[in-house]
Design a protein around this ligand. Structure first.
Ligand code: SAM
Length: 283
């Protein structure tokens, strides 16, 4: 929603708060079969993608989210070779995953091809790994696709979805997590973006319960800053079959062979720390 022509504003009704960015130009808008996509140029945050009125990413700060959705889970799995991304059509998570040399194949399943085509046009840096021979891009519903995945065929599933409304609603259900559980090997781990740790605690609790009832014995919610999302503070929830998810490949993380702008070994340790108020809420 634009308050006036110079600002894009996203209202977060549940917290009675709003976040605005000063925009210089609307670059594109279209209704796809799935969602309403807008692209803006902003004064300080670079290019901005908005879906159904909710900010997806900006040039300026998407590295925080994309690095934290990928590197913690990939350094937690003992040997991540087969990776599946559900959603993630902007391709920023895909680029980070492919920085890991041990990854042999990454399949990305986004329901809306237009998100990827617009990202190629307006966020070319995020799409620079799309032609990597290890990457396969599919455009179909991730909820249906995972039902047909071969049992035990995936090491890591990254659910880089929109909020739990519209086509993404079913991605937060126990039935979907059960299909993910079946597709994952014994060491398999899923990570799903889990909204604001300040505003959306009930959603995080519901997600963790759904993951538990799907068979995952371990859950871990990590947190990190994300200025363009409600409250400026975001989370991702990991679930695994047996590994204690706070244990990660510390040496590999410390001596990683690729550049990052936020993630490093110490950030990983900080992100898995449990804030006091989560303990009281048993999030
Ligand atoms: N980082 C963003 C956030 O948290 O707001 C998410 C970015 S990414 C653009 C979200 C993607 O999820 C979109 O491209 C959308 O098309 C995709 N998506 C939504 N529902 C889906 C489904 N059922 N299967 C596959 N992809 C889906």
């Amino acid at each position: 929603m634009a308050l006036n022509n110079d600002w894009f504003t996203e209202i977060c009704a549940v917290s009675g708060s709003a976040f605005s960015l000063k925009v210089t130009e609307k670059l594109h808008q279209e209704q796809t079969p799935f969602q309403w996509i807008e692209i803006y140029e902003t004064e300080h945050f670079g290019t901005l993608m908005v879906i159904d009125g909710f900010i997806m990413l900006s040039d300026y700060d998407n590295f925080l989210y994309h690095e934290m959705m990928t590197h913690p889970v990939l350094f937690t799995h003992p040997d991540p070779e087969q990776v599946l991304i559900i959603g993630g059509g902007d391709c920023g998570a895909l680029r980070e995953v492919l920085k890991h040399r041990e990854v042999k194949q990454t399949i990305q399943v986004d329901i809306d091809e237009r998100v990827t085509r617009l990202s190629e046009r307006f966020f070319p840096a995020l799409c620079e790994a799309n032609s990597d021979p290890r990457a396969e891009l599919l455009f179909t519903d991730g909820i249906q696709w995972i039902r047909g995945a071969a049992p035990g065929s995936v090491d890591v599933i990254i659910v880089d979805s929109t909020d739990p409304v519209g086509p993404a609603e079913g991605l937060f259900s126990a039935a979907f997590y059960r299909d993910c559980f079946n597709a994952l090997g014994d060491d398999g781990i899923i990570v799903h973006q889990s909204e604001s740790p300040l505003i959306h605690q009930q959603l995080i609790r519901d997600m963790r319960n759904a993951m538990g009832s799907a068979g995952f014995s371990q859950q871990l919610t990590i947190n990190f800053p994300q200025p363009v999302y409600p409250s400026g503070w975001w989370s991702a929830t990991l679930a695994g079959k047996k590994e204690t998810l706070t244990h990660f490949r510390k040496q590999a993380s410390q001596s990683k062979s690729f550049p990052t702008r936020y993630y490093n070994h110490d950030i990983h340790l900080a992100a898995i720390a449990i804030p006091e108020f989560w303990k009281q809420l048993s999030v």
